[in-house]
Ligand binder design. Structure first.
Ligand SMILES: Nc1ncnc2c1ncn2[C@@H]1O[C@H](COP(=O)(O)OP(=O)(O)OP(=O)(O)O)[C@@H](O)[C@H]1O
Ligand SMILES: [Mg+2]
Length: 168
């Protein structure tokens, strides 16, 4: 998908909403519920400080595609992991990538995500990714849980609105 405007750093005017997530199990259930309403072929940015819950989110997301939880590991060193579920899930972690050239060399732009999903931790390090993401998730650490804010194009936000998050 393509965008008229990047999703960050200033998602002004974009539909946006937030969810409070009280524990890791709820983070996984939230991710699973989202995965069930999102169309294949999209890229999702996961932004937030160390330990904010990005990889935990990917575990839940992948579970919706029948990837076992233990198969999902942090790609801090591998940079891009692929999980073969009902659809392919690509999981990138750009924490250790330091330049646009290096980013291109990871092959992230060459992945065939049409039938699956690409989830990217630390996307905000690269302006060049701003127009490449369809959905942007911000994770922040709160005293007794995590706050998850979502923003994306109207079509995706409409789908997300159909999720009953109370049932997580
Ligand atoms: N509400 C919550 N949601 C998610 N994780 C939580 C929550 N409360 C506590 N945690 C803990 O926070 C940690 C989140 O780790 P995780 O690897 O998912 O973070 P991350 O954002 O991927 O970090 P990194 O930037 O290092 O990759 C886990 O140890 C998890 O148990
Ligand atoms: Mg992580």
């Amino acid at each position: 998908m393509t965008h008229q405007r990047p999703l960050w750093p200033s998602p002004k005017g974009r539909p946006r909403f937030s969810l409070f997530i009280k524990n890791p199990a709820t983070m996984m259930r939230t991710a699973r519920a989202l995965a069930n309403v999102l169309p294949a072929g999209i890229s999702i940015g996961l932004s937030g400080e160390l330990g904010a819950g990005k990889t935990t989110f990917v575990k839940g997301f992948a579970a919706a595609c029948k990837v076992p939880r233990d198969a999902v590991t942090s790609p801090t060193f591998t940079i891009i992991n692929e999980y073969k579920g009902t659809v392919p899930i690509f999981h990138a972690d750009l924490y250790r990538i330091s330049s646009d050239e290096e980013l291109v060399r990871t092959g992230i732009y060459d992945l065939d995500i049409q039938s699956g999903f690409l989830l990217i931790e630390w996307p905000e390090k690269f302006k060049s990714l701003a127009n490449y993401l369809d959905l942007f998730l911000f994770f922040s650490i709160k005293k007794d849980g995590r706050l998850l804010s979502l923003t994306g194009n109207q079509e995706l936000m409409n789908r997300i609105k159909t999720v009953n998050f109370e049932e997580r």
